[in-house]
Design a protein around this ligand. Structure first.
Ligand SMILES: Cc1ncc(COP(=O)(O)O)c(C=O)c1O
Length: 357
């Protein structure tokens, strides 16, 4: 438990008192009638689909369906335009530009820093340890009276590993700002989600996404789980209709497909093992970092040469070789069986002289 947390001390004062935009669908929530209140086109859409009506601003049907899946009440769920939207909204709700700080734990997902920079929020970086774990003492030492958020990515991008739960717990109990645990890759690990601790820690925020395991990156929906009070604030400051009608429709259908999601995750995990074994056998590979995600962080003897070679082979991986603690590494998403076979066959043919100088 964290007894020193007070949401009102964390929020920017004007956000607490802000009167949100009141949309037509806020003011009349019924579904039946002649709707002449939102300046929509009554005749339909230029496409065959009927997209002429604004979508539910709070996505109630989706939250009802998602609630038992995630074992969390609907009033603790916020849906955003990708999880990048709650990252931005959490920063905006809490951090006064030019004054407040956030802590990030590099190497990690880039948007925490970019979002802070957009809002002129100071970023304090506390490096992960050499084995990619949280240096709890250093994190707590970096906290200032102006620190509003500590961003923790678990499983972490780009390193792939889950962060120690005792470290997260210590931070939750000793920091009186928000601790955001970004679980974009949670479906690829056996570790349980932090969602189960939301009741215990009012300063805990959990992010997840439909972009990875659910295979819905194109519809752009991310999830944020937090206290009902914080969810109300996010709803207050979001754009009124932040999840489009086609996205909501796709998601309602997608939530019926848990078995398909589980099957895809099982396939990806199987392929992750196969790919790991095959990469390990290649002499150009120095190290494969242990992963709990759908990607591998792989250290090569000459990462740049391999990257350039793969691009010429039209195989695109992510160059992380210049990232602190990931020197010499490429991040490789686990593909389909066929894609991985092409990758391995190409890498087998790689010769250092393939490099164009
Ligand atoms: C750790 C992490 N968080 C969030 C995101 C963004 O996800 P979304 O597609 O929901 O915006 C990513 C995307 O790669 C990610 O790696």
């Amino acid at each position: 438990m964290n007894t020193s947390f007070d949401l009102n001390k964390i929020l920017r004062p004007h956000i607490i008192t802000l009167a949100p935009y009141s949309s037509a669908r806020d003011e009349y929530t019924g579904h039946v009638g002649i709707f002449l209140d939102a300046n929509e086109n009554p005749y339909g859409s230029v496409t065959g689909e009927n997209y002429n009506r604004y979508p539910d601003p709070y996505q109630a049907e989706i939250k009802q369906k998602l609630s038992p899946i995630k074992q969390v009440s609907p009033d603790r769920i916020f849906l955003g335009n990708g999880s990048d939207e709650p990252i931005d909204l959490l920063t905006r709700a809490t951090c006064t530009p030019g004054h407040d700080h956030v802590i990030i734990l590099p190497p990690t997902y880039g948007m925490y820093e970019v979002s802070a920079s957009i809002h002129d929020v100071k970023i304090d970086k506390v490096s992960l340890t050499d084995d990619y774990h949280i240096d709890t003492e250093a994190v707590l030492n970096a906290v200032t009276p102006s620190t509003k958020i500590i961003w923790i990515c678990s499983p972490n991008n780009p390193t792939g590993n889950v962060m120690q739960s005792d470290a997260i717990q210590t931070i939750l109990e000793n920091f009186s700002g928000l601790v955001v645990v970004d679980e974009a890759y949670i479906d690829f690990t056996d570790e349980p989600s932090w969602i189960r601790h939301l009741d215990k820690y009012p300063n805990l925020v959990v992010l997840q996404t439909f972009s990875k395991a659910w295979g819905l990156a194109g519809i752009r929906v991310g999830m944020c789980f937090a206290s009902p009070e914080l969810i109300r604030i996010l709803n207050k400051i979001k754009p009124p209709y932040n999840i489009s009608l086609p996205a909501q429709q796709a998601l309602l259908e997608g939530l019926n497909g848990i078995e398909k999601k589980d099957k895809m995750v099982a396939d990806i995990l199987e392929q992750r093992d196969v790919l790991t074994g095959q990469l390990q056998a290649l002499p150009i590979v120095v190290k494969i970092h242990p992963t709990d995600a759908n990607f591998l962080l792989v250290q090569f003897e000459d990462a740049k040469a391999v990257m350039d070679y793969l691009i010429r082979e039209t195989i695109i991986v992510r160059d992380r070789s210049r990232v602190h603690l990931c020197e010499g590494c490429l991040r490789i998403t686990v593909g389909t069986k066929e894609e991985n076979e092409v990758l391995i066959e190409s890498l087998k043919k790689f010769q250092p002289q393939n490099v164009i100088v």
